[in-house]
Design a protein around this ligand. Structure first.
Ligand SMILES: O=C(O)CCC(=O)C(=O)O
Ligand SMILES: [Fe+2]
Length: 351
């Protein structure tokens, strides 16, 4: 009987489970003793808050020295920070509105853009590669954004009718911010501004993931997203403005983050750690579920051109700082495999 019940719930999306108010199904509850958390007791309200560094984007792009210094510090000892004064507040509101509307549509409408079971792209829930691994308490839309000729347009929602255009406008502006941050990251190390970008090739690969975390009756048993580092160079996250949930790990401790109105959150990914020969640090982070409230975030993952080998910049290798990582030809398989196993891609790349 239990098996049959599992079969049924396995097909359901988290949003349906949440609305039906059923018990949290087993496959969402972590049982793996080697998982990166010890248990729900270190997840919840007992954790301290920590404000992330706040970078003023307008001050940064006018090469305000103090702001460039703050960026370097944020990249090298946090791997995670907020940016304000970025100038794209109105399109932020639009994409939030369209994405929320999509998740409110009837299931049969959303399933028109549904992903295939072993695919990542489209609307759907968490894929797990291992039976022992718990599913994340999340539904999402995952789409390739660039290169444009690799978009799978049949998976881009047409409902609400403005969705495609809004996503196009939003990701274009968000990409611009990411590329400026990568330039200023180089400047902050006294390197030519295009040095990282040019290593990443002409056709960066970017994916957008709209993360929708429905309320969970027992949030202490699940993760919205398990602890992980992003495999990207940089991830620009449009966080939920009202509902907290994002947590990060620093100096041996997990911290909660309060939402900051109008801000983006930037996560430095593994590939930037590799490119910078370990000067910049990718951030270990996770998302916890909420008992009463749904939460939504929109992540834009920016990666090098597909097949472009990524290794530490020669300029950042010297006697005092020997090469830390191997060059890797295609990081995406390593990253995804590592997430599924609950390990870090950097362990695979480290010399
Ligand atoms: O929901 C969030 O705040 C973070 C999302 C995230 O970490 C991801 O999509 O990789
Ligand atoms: Fe992430």
């Amino acid at each position: 009987m239990a098996g049959a019940a599992n079969q049924i719930s396995r097909k359901k999306h988290v949003q349906e489970l949440s609305m039906e108010g059923v018990e949290v199904p087993d496959q969402y509850i972590s049982k793996d003793p080697t998982a990166l958390i010890r248990g729900p007791e270190d997840v919840k309200e007992s954790l301290p808050f920590m404000d992330l560094p706040v970078i003023d984007f307008t001050r940064l792009i006018t090469s305000h020295e103090e702001e460039v210094g703050k960026l370097r510090e944020a990249f090298s000892s946090w791997g995670c920070f907020h940016i304000i004064n970025h100038g794209i507040e109105s399109i932020m509101d639009e994409i939030r509105k369209d994405a929320k509307e999509f998740f409110q549509l009837p299931m049969e409408e959303k399933l028109k853009y549904g992903k295939e079971p072993n695919d990542l792209e489209g609307y759907g829930n968490d894929n797990v590669a291992l039976e022992t691994q718990a599913r994340d308490w999340i539904d999402r839309i995952f789409l390739t954004v660039t290169p444009q000729d690799q978009r799978r347009m049949h998976l881009w929602p047409k409902n609400p009718h403005s969705f495609r255009k809004t996503l196009q406008d939003y990701t274009e502006k968000a990409t611009n911010i990411i590329e400026i941050l990568i330039k200023f990251a180089a400047k902050s190390l006294d390197l030519p501004e295009n040095i990282f970008l040019s290593k990443c090739g002409e056709k960066p690969l970017s994916h957008c993931r709209i993360n929708f975390y429905p309320p969970c009756p027992k949030p202490e048993l699940v993760f919205g997203l398990k602890p992980h580092t992003d495999g990207s160079v940089i991830t620009l996250v449009l966080p939920d403005e009202e509902v907290e949930g994002f947590q990060f790990h620093k100096d041996g401790q997990w911290y909660r983050v309060r939402p900051l109105q109008g801000a983006f959150e930037v996560n430095l990914g593994d590939q930037f750690q590799v490119l910078s020969n370990g000067i910049f640090k990718s951030v270990f982070h996770r998302v916890v579920a909420n008992k009463e409230k749904e939460r939504m975030s929109i992540a834009l993952f920016w990666n090098p051109e597909k097949g472009k080998g990524i290794g530490p910049l020669e300029e950042l290798i010297n006697e005092n700082r020997p090469r830390l990582y191997n060059k890797v030809e295609d990081n995406s398989d390593i990253t995804y495999g590592a997430y599924q196993k609950g390990t870090s891609a950097l362990d695979v790349l480290r010399l």
